[in-house]
Design a protein around this ligand. Structure first.
Ligand code: APR
Length: 401
């Protein structure tokens, strides 16, 4: 708290104050609660928003194993769809990769993030977990010490302050946890590409993730449920989400997915649209004294390889283990290892996401350099089509985390 702002009195406390009720915060809350650790989740949005916000939806095999281990996977086993095939469409034709039979033989489970978050929240509340909705964390203070505090604004707009032994920053890229850290502490990259992200009220048109590489730009097709499909269309940076009419969207999807050659797409009402600038960033370290970061607050992978939610669950389990070791068994060693252990997974995910971005998007310049890159890209897709070793590598890194 800077300047003359008054620091509110401490109004509440918990051993672990978790900021954010996304996959990271709720997985962490469930694991700490199960170990008898005193924790609370502070969430800025209301319950309905948290349970209905549609975002990711491809769970890696590792994520399913973590959720299985902690009894949090009933919903995804009941309603999730196994998924193990990619289809690449280029001007040279199309080819499919049954990645579930390659690499480590692992597949994704298609399960909308809002359903996962609803399962985690329901489980957390049923186990007696504490959560404060519509409670926005404003600052994290004294994180360097052993008694950090979090100032908040409660649902009525009143200031409050939580004292903790540890604060878990699971409040995303623009949350209070990140804001309380020096800006220099992150590695960033803007990939210079933007996508129009769409949810269509239409059944999937392929039994595969569809990647269309086209001179007009990238197009992507991902199942979400038997009734809803996620599409991506590469667009100009700065495009407004509602700038494209539904007619133009389906025309462009048809052109880039080459439906004239490969058959029509099931069309339906566009029920959600957003524009995503493909950017990636990674915090230099995920621990700042008593403040520990997980999920998008720790690193943001560009959405080219479905890594975000899977990293969030992986980090939440590692953080829970480390906090339990310290708070329940007095052993802080795992907390010291938390950041490097996560960063190894994070950079692997970043490396593969970067490789995918280079594969899916034509260079946006037309000079000699760009033509060189375009030839590299064509060689890369041809190698993926023909080289078993490349396909094994792809499968291991596409699902692996
Ligand atoms: N105070 C309290 N809560 C906050 C604040 C704040 N200042 N800022 C953000 N939040 C909440 C958001 O409302 C959201 O519910 O933090 C939560 C962060 O959840 P996610 O964004 O889902 O992040 P995370 O749990 O790290 O999961 C990352 O989710 O969104 C996908 O693509 C993303 O796949 C990635 C995964």
């Amino acid at each position: 708290m800077t300047g003359r702002q008054t620091i509110p009195a401490v109004t509440d406390s918990a051993d672990v104050v978790i900021l954010g009720a996304g996959p990271a915060g709720l997985t962490l809350g469930n694991l700490l609660l199960a170990a008898g650790i005193d924790c609370v989740v502070l969430e800025r949005a209301d319950r309905r928003h948290v349970q209905t916000r549609a975002r990711a939806g491809f769970l890696a095999a590792h994520t399913v194993r973590v959720l299985d281990r902690h009894g949090l996977s009933d919903g995804l086993h009941r309603r999730g769809l196994p998924h193990g095939t990619c289809e690449f469409r280029t001007d040279g034709g199309r080819f499919r990769l049954d990645y579930g039979a390659l690499g480590l033989g692992e597949r994704h489970t298609v399960y909308p993030q809002q359903d996962l978050v609803t399962d985690l929240l329901t489980h957390y509340l049923a186990a007696g977990g504490r959560i404060r909705f519509e409670t926005e964390a404003l600052t994290v203070d004294d994180a360097a010490g052993a008694r950090p505090t979090v100032t908040v604004r409660d649902p009525e707009g009143r200031p409050g302050r939580w004292r903790a032994r540890y604060v878990a920053g699971c409040d995303g890229r623009h949350g209070a946890a990140r804001r309380s850290l020096p800006a220099a502490a992150r590695h960033q990259r803007d990939h210079g590409v933007s996508w129009l992200g769409l949810l269509a009220e239409a059944p999937p048109s392929l039994d595969a993730v569809g990647y269309a590489l086209h001179e007009r730009g990238f197009a992507g097709h991902m199942a979400r449920t038997p009734e809803v499909t996620r599409y991506y269309l590469q667009c100009e940076r700065g495009t407004a989400p509602d700038a494209w009419s539904e007619e133009r969207i389906w025309d462009e999807l048809g052109l880039r997915m080459r439906t004239a050659e490969h058959g029509p797409l099931h069309q339906g009402r566009i029920i959600q649209r957003s524009v995503i600038d493909l950017q990636s960033d990674v915090m230099e370290t995920l621990r700042h004294g008593s403040l520990l970061l997980a999920g998008d607050a720790a690193s943001l992978p560009a959405p080219a390889a479905a890594k975000g939610a899977n990293l969030a669950v992986l980090e939440a389990e590692l953080l829970a283990e480390a906090l339990i070791d310290d708070l329940a068994h007095g052993d802080p060693a795992a907390l010291d290892r938390y950041s490097p252990r996560c960063l190894a997974h994070i950079w692997r995910a970043q490396e593969f996401s970067h490789w995918m971005i280079q594969l899916l998007h034509a260079p946006y310049a037309s000079d000699g350099e760009a033509l060189f890159h375009e030839s590299l890209r064509r060689s890369r897709i041809e190698s993926l089509r023909t080289s078993r070793a490349h396909q094994e590598w792809f499968a291991e890194n596409y699902v692996g985390i």
